[in-house]
Design a protein around this ligand. Structure first.
Ligand code: SAH
Length: 346
C-alpha cells in the first residue's frame, strides 16, 4: 500500500522534495495543488517536472475515497458513503447553513465506545482512519462545493468514531485544515467532539489552538451516564468535569455540551436541574439534541413541550442552551445510519 499524500504536512512534503534532489519549494507547490487548486491526480501538477510527477505517482496514492452513495436532501444537506482502499465504508456529511457550509467528518471505521443510543458503534471498531483519510473527506467536500462557488466554512468532528481515541491522526488532520497555505479553515470554526476521553482532554488543553471542544455529556450524573455511555465507567462523570475545568482555566475557551434527549430516560425536569447545577459555574453552551431513532434501540423522543421545558430550566439557571436544528431527515443523515444500512446489505 502506498502512503496517502494527504497524510503529509507541508514540512514533510518539502523534506520529501529535498530527499529527491529538488528544492524545498516543490513541496509547497505540491501542497498548493492538493489544497488550493485541489487536483485529483499527480499528472495535473503542471509546474512540476515529468520526472517528479512520475515519482509522486510511484510513491503516493491520492485517491482515498470512492463514492458508493451520495444522497442530497431538500434542505441542501449532502451525505456520502465513501469506500476506503480496504473496502471499509465511512460517512461524511455536508450541511448547508445560512452562514455557510459545514462538513461533518468521520475519524474511525466504526467505534468501540458503545453508547447505547448510537448507530455508529453497533458493529464495533474496525480501524482508525489515517489523518489523510480524514483530510480527504474535507477536500472532497470542498471539490463538491467548488462547483457551486462555495466554501467549506466550518468543520465538525462529529461523524463516526471517537477522535480522542485516534488522537494523533485527529491532531494532524486539524493542523492540516487550519494551515494558512492550505484550506485555511478558521480555528474557531472547527469543533472536535469527544465522549470524554479524560487523558486526551488534558492533552488537548495543552495544544496551542483555538479549536472548539464539545463533550457528549448526555446525563447529569455518574450513574445515569454510565447506563447510557459505558465509557463513563472508564472515565467517570466527575473526572470528565474536572478535566474540562482544567481545559477551561488553561485555554479560556467556552465548552460545548451535547445532550441527546431520550424520552423518559434523561429528559425529566430533575435531570435539567441537576445538569444546571453542574454547568452553571462553567463558561459553556448546551446543545439539546432530540434523540435520533436507531432501529436497533428502543429509545423514544422527548415531546416538543418537554424539550422546551428542559431548555427553560437550564436557561433559568443562567446556562446558555439551544436546541439543535435538524437536517437531512429525508436522507437518513443521522449518525451512522447510512453505513449501518450498507453493512446490512453488503
Ligand atoms: N465520539 C464522539 C464524536 C461523535 S459526535 C463523541 O461521542 O462526541 C456525534 C454526536 O452525536 C455525539 O454527541 C453523540 O453522542 C451523538 N449521537 C449519537 N447517536 C445519537 C442519536 N441516536 N441521537 C442523537 N445524538 C446522537
Amino acid at each position: 500500500m502506498k502512503p496517502l499524500i494527504y497524510d503529509f504536512s507541508l514540512e514533510e512534503l518539502q523534506q520529501w522534495a529535498k530527499d529527491n534532489g529538488e528544492p524545498a519549494f516543490r513541496g509547497g507547490q505540491i501542497f498548493d495543488w492538493l489544497y488550493v487548486k485541489r487536483v485529483n491526480d499527480f499528472e495535473s501538477m503542471s509546474n512540476l517536472s515529468k520526472t517528479l510527477r512520475a515519482k509522486l505517482t510511484e510513491q503516493f496514492s491520492i485517491n482515498a475515497l470512492t463514492e458508493i452513495t451520495k444522497l442530497e436532501s431538500k434542505d441542501g444537506t449532502v451525505k456520502f458513503l465513501f469506500g476506503l482502499h480496504d473496502d471499509h465504508a465511512i460517512e461524511t456529511v455536508i450541511m448547508k447553513h445560512n452562514y455557510g457550509n459545514s462538513v461533518c467528518v468521520t475519524t474511525q471505521v466504526g467505534c468501540r465506545i458503545g453508547c447505547t443510543f448510537c448507530a455508529s458503534t453497533l458493529g464495533g471498531l474496525k480501524r482508525d482512519l489515517t489523518a489523510g483519510e480524514i483530510v480527504a473527506q474535507v477536500v472532497r467536500s470542498q471539490q463538491i462545493l467548488d462547483a457551486r462557488g462555495e466554501r467549506v466554512s466550518s468543520i465538525v468532528i462529529m461523524g463516526t468514531g471517537e477522535p480522542f481515541e485516534n488522537y494523533d491522526a485527529t491532531m494532524r488532520f486539524l493542523r492540516l485544515m487550519i494551515h494558512e497555505k492550505g484550506l485555511n479553515i478558521g480555528q474557531r470554526h472547527i469543533t472536535v467532539s469527544t465522549s470524554g476521553i479524560v487523558p486526551n482532554i488534558y492533552k488537548f488543553a495543552e495544544e496551542d489552538t483555538q479549536i472548539n471542544l464539545a463533550i457528549s455529556i448526555h446525563a447529569p450524573n455518574d450513574a445515569l451516564r454510565s447506563k447510557l455511555m459505558p465509557v463513563n465507567r472508564r472515565y467517570p462523570f466527575d473526572d470528565v468535569i474536572e478535566s474540562l475545568r482544567y481545559y477551561q482555566a488553561k485555554t479560556g475557551r467556552r465548552i460545548s455540551f451535547e445532550y441527546a434527549l431520550i424520552g423518559g430516560v434523561n429528559d425529566q425536569p430533575e435531570h435539567a436541574k441537576e445538569l444546571a447545577g453542574v454547568l452553571k459555574t462553567m463558561l459553556c453552551h448546551v446543545n439539546l439534541i432530540p434523540v435520533n431513532h436507531v432501529p436497533e434501540r428502543k429509545y423514544v423522543r422527548t415531546s416538543r413541550n418537554d424539550i422546551f421545558e428542559f431548555q427553560r430550566i437550564l436557561a433559568d439557571q443562567g446556562v446558555n442552551v439551544t436546541i439543535r436544528r435538524e437536517q437531512g431527515h429525508d436522507i437518513a443523515a443521522a449518525c451512522g445510519q447510512l453505513r449501518a444500512k450498507h453493512m446490512e446489505l453488503g
